[in-house]
Design a protein around this ligand. Structure first.
Ligand code: SF4
Length: 404
């Protein structure tokens, strides 16, 4: 050991290639009792970084009160626009494993899993596990490359060797999950934050961010920004500050998809740029930060076409178990594509509005509701484009004619 450890500044400051380097960077894993860990995480105000934003301490406490529980580090990241979990697992695997060990200790668990893409398990997690001597059995489980594979009940199914699709609850997985045992599924970024909070404390965590959104979070920025990448920002960072962190817009942009494919389209305006990336800050736009995903859409692109592409992808990702998802989403995507192609635009537009109302809030999981949110915000944000299409025109078409 190198003696006194200076607290690292956040997740990305904790990069380490080996376990020895990791310990030299962040210090040893402290012996934190179960109650103490729950209190620390609660005082820090840590919320889940997988998209739902649920208070992490409450999840820990809910599972900790049950017999022989199971803990899973969820790094499935089925969302195509996100790469922060992969980055974290590759650059700081030991921090995630520390968080998993702490969570397992806190809930009295002896069986833990790391659920992530096979390539990540192979290149990072399995080698990291060979360097450690944890008194805990940690089993790597390959995740499926599907959008819904990271949903909590799908994770529970995958860990049991079943098809990784959501199942209907109740009972919730904190009561009955893997092999009937109470199960805690934490996103890998959440666990990495737990490992830092256990070392440096809740006050340290709250030194960055705001009262509403303490600490830091990872963002994946892509689209028309100068430097698409994964960034760590303080809680409360505004949409405009996040775009600036990625070098700013590469060209004029018209909107940003915030929160990923289940998120919301936010028009790129002076007002929106000042909104903090929190549920409250983005509520006027019906958006939320989700798993920290931002995709900037250039002004020259047809927003309706971009949204139709996402809807088609999402419709193809349904697990075929529930009617609204099996029938409603493909019909919605079909009408959106037809509207983009201006086949029968007035009829398509009416059907899209009707189906959004019919499908929203239905199904055994969040997939239909997340998809309709993305479509509804697209119809609002790209209102002018919708009107153009109903009138038989399109921005991209007009742009290409001008350029011809
Ligand atoms: S709503 Fe869709 S994705 Fe969710 S469980 Fe039903 S069929 Fe599967």
């Amino acid at each position: 050991m190198t003696g006194l450890i200076t607290p690292v500044r956040g997740l990305l400051g904790a990069r380490a290639r080996t376990y020895r380097e990791h310990l030299d960077t962040v210090g040893p894993l402290p012996a934190v009792g179960a109650e103490q860990l729950v209190q620390l995480v609660a005082a820090a105000g840590l919320t889940g970084r997988g998209g739902a934003g649920f208070p992490s301490a409450r999840k820990l406490a809910a599972v900790g009160s049950r017999r022989s529980p199971v803990v899973v580090a969820n790094g499935a990241e089925g969302e195509p626009a996100s790469s922060k979990d992969r980055a974290l697992l590759i650059h700081t695997p030991h921090l995630v494993l520390d968080g998993l060990v702490l969570a397992a200790r806190a809930v009295g668990c002896r069986t833990a899993y790391v659920y992530a893409p096979e390539s990540v398990l192979d290149s990072s997690i399995r080698p990291a596990l060979t360097q450690r001597r944890d008194r805990l059995t940690i089993t790597p489980v390959p995740s499926a490359d599907t959008f819904i594979s990271g949903q909590e009940t799908a994770v529970v199914a995958a860990v049991q060797g079943l098809r990784p699709v959501p199942t209907s609850t109740p009972p919730p997985i904190y009561v009955k999950g893997v092999k009937g045992r109470a199960t805690l599924v934490h996103n890998v970024e959440t666990l990495a934050q737990v490992a830092l909070i256990a070392r440096y404390g809740a006050t340290w965590f709250r030194e960055r961010g705001t009262d509403d959104d303490p600490g830091t979070r990872l963002l994946t920025l892509s689209g028309a920004v100068a430097r698409p990448n994964v960034y760590e920002v303080a809680g409360g960072t505004t949409l405009g500050e996040a775009i600036s962190a990625a070098g700013g817009a590469l060209e004029p942009i018209q909107a940003v998809l915030v929160g990923g494919y289940h998120g919301g389209w936010v028009p790129w305006t002076a007002h929106a740029a000042q909104c903090p990336l929190t549920r409250t800050g983005l509520s006027a736009y019906e958006a939320h930060p989700g798993a920290g995903i931002l995709v900037a859409l250039p002004a020259r692109r047809c927003g309706l076409k971009a949204a139709a592409g996402l809807a088609t992808y999402l419709a193809g990702q349904n697990a075929g178990q529930c009617g609204p998802c099996r029938n409603g989403l493909p019909a919605l995507a079909g009408h959106l594509q037809d509207l983009v192609q201006r086949r029968s635009p007035a009829h398509n537009h009416e059907e899209i509005l009707r189906l959004v109302g019919t499908v929203d809030g239905r199904g055994a999981c969040h997939h239909p509701t997340g998809t309709t949110r993305m479509i509804r915000t697209a119809l609002r944000t790209f209102r002018n484009e919708v009107e153009l299409h109903v009138a038989g025109a399109c921005t991209e078409l007009q742009g290409s004619r001008k350029g011809a």
